[in-house]
Ligand binder design. Sequence first.
Ligand SMILES: [Zn+2]
Length: 486
Amino acid sequence: MSYLHRSDAEKIIMTKTIASILLVLFISGGASSAFAQKRKSTVDLIISGGTVVTMDGTRRVIENGGVAIKGGRIVAVDSVAAIDRNYSAREVVNADGKVIIPGLINGHTHVPMTLFRGLADDLDLQEWLTKYIFPAEAKNVNEEFVRVGTRLGLAEMIRSGTTTYCDMYYFEDAIADETFKAGMRGVLGETVIDFPVADNKTNEQAMAYVEKFVSQWKGNALIIPAIAPHAPYTVSEGHLKAIRAFSDRTGALIVTHISETKREVDDSVKAKGASPIDYLNRIGFLGNRVIAAHVVWPSAEELGLLKKLGVGIVHNPQSNMKLASGVAPVPEMLKQDLPVGLGTDGAASNNDLNLWEEMDTAAKLHKVMSKDPKVLTAEEAFEMATLRGARALHLEKEIGSIERGKRADIVIVDSDDLNQTPSYNIYSDLVYATKGADVRTVIVEGRVIMRDRRLLTLNEETIKADARRFRARIIRSLDAKTVPED
Ligand SMILES: [Zn+2]
């Protein structure tokens, strides 16, 4: 019997039944989608798509992955499908076809020295320092110089995917201010040195500066204030001991140069009857808050000692090569699982602040020195620029890998340029083929500070104009014979 032939009463009953079935379907459908909506957590930012190179404990690499970020920290790292299922965000960065890596860590810089880039090249360390750099600094370094040079260095580092750097210079408070404004992370050490410098004329002044500097920035999400005795040969034993005591009292990290050249070691043995590492250990200076740049000339026993004491080490292959300082025993450091990261050193001895070059150079330098191509792999070099670099700065709980709970310092890299095609191995691509110019988007503490190669917190044109203005000033300040004016 068709519907058309039913009685009116039957028609009404059937219509009502169909209506209530539809109503139930509608309500249950709505409720289940509302339920699903409820289960999705709202986060600040989602990076969606792309290959995530996590550098976590199992070295997980997630194809078509995603990262959810909230309050500056990573809340989830998973497949895109899982991230989509569980999170919604105000802002989504599409990384399809790209590589998502932990932000690179530049473990050693003197960031304002970008303004001395190319001022004096092809000299050994002592001649370079005493004839050119120290005089140029004495005549030019002031707070404005430091701010301009810092902005130049920050822009260069962000554009090449560095999210954290460790610095040592003068007016470090101004460097901290510029770094914070640019949205970058820094372990920033105010220099203490036993001769009058631009910002402090005596050790008392320098220690008072550091005291204020550290207390002002302590607890800041981006800035880790530190104290930076220049080196064991430029700071007296008494001052070094006072610096260690300051660090014990405040928890501040100590940034310094140790064992950079053979001459430093020979002079130390002559003057103090001990190598720099031996001497620093003897006076109780070394410990697990020290970050030592270079360590080119340690003995085998000294490496064991550094490991036991938890000293962080920063290898600067290009600076060491350029100043012919020697080759640090990095393969041995890795064999002993020492916390050794990578740094550029100042732009005057490199002459850029590009971590991609340091990774590539580190891997190749140690192969040629040991005549063993297996001695430092691409993955190990990448680890030195990320997780092991974080260990060198004593920050491995906070940065260095893309893991739940860590600070959201993440870099998105293009992977389809000619120099990256075709692709077989992700670490090989990153270390041997990818360049700084392939970095597309940079995120620090969950905030996008470069999007599609455009800096969002710094003005490149103003930075370049300011730097050129300083170049003219620096040339005028030095002997015309030293720097030809063009
Ligand atoms: Zn240095």
